[in-house]
Design a binder for this molecule. Sequence first.
Ligand code: FES
Length: 111
Amino acid sequence: MTDDTRPFVAVPLPAAAIDEGELVTTTLPSGMKLCLGRHQGALFAVKDECPHAEFPLSEGTLYPSGELECCWHGARFDCRTGAVRGGPTDLPLVRFEIEDRDGSLWVRRAI
Ligand code: FES
């Protein structure tokens, strides 16, 4: 049981807009840009900003291994955990919990 009552925020994008292996960007009402994707059927959401030099991750590549590569300097991350897998940064991705509620997406910052 969890006592985490932080609210989720609606994502202005339906779940159906995110295909396997693709990256999509969207903007929350707060102005935060998200990079969303689907790997092995599971959705993920991270801040659409590479921790190395803030390039949009949604312009990168999601590999079948689950590695998300930033296309500017080649930093690579695990799309599920946000952990660094290689490249010029030691900083992990800013991750969000994501829920698909009958086709509508909701997120909140992962802790
Ligand atoms: S901005 Fe992403 S690797 Fe440099």
